[in-house]
Design a protein around this ligand. Structure first.
Ligand SMILES: [Zn+2]
Length: 126
């Protein structure tokens, strides 16, 4: 948190906290906390191991098909958005790119694929 000015020993704690939140485990914890705060009814069972195995299973965005890379990192998005009663579970998350995550917003996976088809930006299939 910027702007908090606690003196002394908390500085070390804050930097440990910062390191934690920058780590994959910390990021996941933060996402979970956000999910719980915003969508208290959502199931929230995705583990770090599940998230990692999911990202290993795919080497490209499930929506646009662009391969992941350092410049094009993999993120996980919800097939059924949390805002539409989706859950933060292994069954409901898919690796996608940042662009798709941002564009998809509260569309379901099907709606977003239709949207890509309409725009003609979906990966060529078949
Ligand atoms: Zn994509």
């Amino acid at each position: 948190m910027r702007g908090t000015t606690e003196p002394g020993p908390t500085a070390a704690r804050r930097s440990a906290q910062r390191r934690y939140f920058a780590s994959p485990k910390g990021k996941l914890a933060r996402i979970r906390a956000d999910v719980r705060r915003s969508y208290p009814r959502a199931r929230c069972t995705l583990t770090l191991e599940e998230r990692e195995s999911l990202l290993e299973m795919y080497d490209a965005c499930v929506y646009c098909g662009r391969p992941f890379s350092e410049a094009h990192p993999a993120m996980v998005g919800h097939a059924i958005p949390l805002s539409r009663r989706g859950d933060h579970t292994f069954e409901n998350v898919y690796p996608c790119c940042r662009t798709c995550l941002r564009r998809k917003k509260d569309k379901t996976m099907e709606e977003y694929i239709e949207y890509l088809d309409r725009k003609g930006t979906a990966p060529t299939r078949g």
